[in-house]
Ligand binder design. Structure first.
Ligand code: NAP
Length: 297
């Protein structure tokens, strides 16, 4: 049996098209501010592509690039100013921050109404309480991708491997919100392979290249691979590398009903959901009605 490839790029393009359509129906143009501290090359690429896509969907992008030596107080002042600015709808502080800056301290300074990454304590609390709020982008992307294969997740057995604040924990809560039966597995889980084999939907957010093998996957399951791991690729030449997921894709696709590739699966959904969150944040803060089709999701 060969499963389907869940095309995250295509699904993400659809979400961005919905965002662009929604933006056209808003009374004013929302603005997303992205703050980058330091010169980490990967973060620079993310920030540039976020700015490009923000503009493409018709929103205003504000890029703030600060030197690595920026102090915590200076960054706090920047975030506080953006939080107070009535023309800014969403704020994203690119993580990780340099070691001398406390991430929780910065997140605490961020207006929760503008928390488009869904990482503040206020947003996390609303998620746990089941109240409306801004949800973390990558886990929302996982749920959207799973629903392309199984629109009604009620009663599905979902196993999430990984319990990080960024991905695993909120993913588990979001699948629970969809009335799935959720197991949250982690490094201390006993007999992980057997736990995974019970999953109708298996979400891997571990950070270990190709850890999930084909015989961990229940025949007919849906596999969502969040992992992005850089590994050596001698077949491409000396010193070359490539990205792989937490799932061994060639093995999983032989067993599963559908699998997200990595790259090209969850990754593109993260930015699309960030843009979606910016519209939702603008509507909530400014008292606008959320335009269709974003209102539905
Ligand atoms: P993280 O903070 O390092 O968390 C990893 C989780 O995996 C932890 O909960 C850990 O368990 C668990 N784990 C580690 N080794 C394990 C093992 N052998 N068996 C079972 N569980 C194990 O990582 P993260 O931030 O959640 O990211 C996970 C992956 O997703 C990474 O590859 C990252 O690059 C990727 N990611 C992708 C996107 C995207 O947009 N595509 C976004 C975010 C992250 P313990 O808690 O017990 O230590």
């Amino acid at each position: 049996m060969t499963g389907r490839i869940i095309d995250g790029k295509a699904v993400a393009a659809g979400v961005r098209a919905d965002v662009a359509a929604a933006v056209k129906n808003l009374p004013a143009q929302p603005a997303l501010a992205v703050v980058l501290v330091g010169d980490d090359p990967a973060s620079q690429v993310y920030v540039a592509s976020k700015a490009k896509m923000t503009n493409e969907v018709g929103m205003r992008s504000i890029e703030i690039r600060l030197p690595r030596e920026t102090t915590q107080d200076e960054l706090l002042a920047r975030v506080a100013a953006l939080s107070a600015d009535p023309d800014v709808d969403g704020i994203l502080v690119q993580l990780p921050l340099p070691k001398h800056i406390s991430e929780p301290a910065i997140l605490a300074a961020l207006d929760p109404m503008k928390d488009v990454d869904g990482l503040t304590e206020a947003s996390a609390g609303k998620l746990v309480l089941g109240k409306p709020g801004l949800r973390p982008c990558t886990p929302v992307g996982c749920v959207i991708l799973a629903r392309t294969e199984r629109p009604d997740l009620a009663g599905a057995n979902v196993v999430v491997i990984g319990r990080s604040i960024l991905v695993g924990k909120p993913a588990a809560l979001l699948f629970l919100e969809q009335n799935a039966t959720v197991t949250l597995a982690h490094s201390k889980t006993r007999d992980l392979k057997m736990v995974c084999r019970g999953a109708d939907i298996l979400v891997a957010a571990v950070g270990r290249p190709e850890m999930v093998r084909g015989d961990w996957v229940r025949p007919g399951a849906i596999v969502i691979d969040v992992g992005t791991n850089r590994v050596p690729a001698p077949e491409k030449g000396e010193g070359k590398t490539k990205l792989v997921g937490d799932v061994c894709f060639p093995e999983a696709i032989e067993v599963a009903a559908a699998v997200t590739p990595s790259p090209g699966g969850v990754g593109p959904m993260t930015i699309a959901c960030l843009l979606r969150n910016t519209v939702l944040a603008a509507c909530a803060r400014r008292g606008w009605t959320v335009p269709a089709p974003l209102a539905a999701g």
